[in-house]
Design a protein around this ligand. Structure first.
Ligand code: CA
Length: 226
């Protein structure tokens, strides 16, 4: 069935949204648990994807997002009523994978859920371990090590790193990266790409990702860079 039993956590305090949304998602074949507060969301059993309303009665939605992200790489789709106030770079940095603005169409939301969970499972199912010099990525656990040390990455940082590391030395154009890693639904300005590259350099190694002027980026073994 379409939802393939994917376990969703729906974090939404407004029952006029949560109830019909849960029913619709159940009909699509998803398993859906509802949490009406931030505290309930953080106490819920691990899900395979989180739909997170930012306007919650007890905790700031972004606090909940950061906390969920600090525990796991679960894909998170943020739902906001305040589209104009969304700081998109901040959303990325707090670990959201995508977002929708209320009021949203049900079909659109289901398409986003499928796209985000497909990307997460594709990267899990592919050739499990990538090694480039001191960098080691285990796709089964979505874990990254550098010189043997575990490195905590956001899901998007992880996706970008895997994408670049799959073909070390190969230049990836900016528009290609935005299309393949962020997908066509994503927000457009490629500043988000630079933010993520800067963060990966900081967390891993300053020479791991080379800027290829006016084209894009490529990943190299820092020992052979320069
Ligand atoms: Ca709300």
């Amino acid at each position: 069935m379409a939802g393939c039993g994917v376990r969703l956590l729906l974090v939404e305090d407004d029952p006029t949204i949560a109830v019909p949304l849960q029913e619709g998602l159940l009909r699509e074949g998803f398993q859906v648990e509802v949490a009406a507060t931030g505290a309930a969301a953080l106490a819920a059993p691990p899900a395979e994807l989180v739909l997170l309303d930012l306007g919650l009665p007890d905790l700031e939605g972004r606090v909940v997002c950061r906390e969920l992200r600090s525990r796991s790489a679960v894909p998170i789709i943020v739902v906001s009523a305040r589209g104009d106030e969304l700081d998109r770079v901040v959303l990325l940095e707090m670990g959201a994978d995508d977002y929708v603005v209320k009021p949203f169409g049900f079909r659109e939301l289901v398409a986003r859920i499928r796209a985000v969970s497909r990307r997460a499972s594709t990267s899990r199912d592919a050739d499990p371990v990538i090694t480039v010099g001191p960098l080691s990525i285990d796709r089964r656990s979505r874990s990254v090590r550098f010189e043997g040390h575990p490195i905590a990455l956001t899901p998007k940082e992880y996706d970008l790193l895997v994408y670049l590391a799959a073909e070390p030395g190969t230049v990836k154009a900016r528009d290609q990266l935005m299309h393949d890693v962020w997908d066509v639904n994503w927000w457009g300005p490629t500043k988000t790409l630079d933010v993520h590259v800067a963060s990966l350099r900081k967390k891993l190694h300053p020479d791991l990702i080379e800027t290829v002027r006016s084209i894009g980026y490529r990943l190299v073994d820092p020992a052979t860079a320069g």
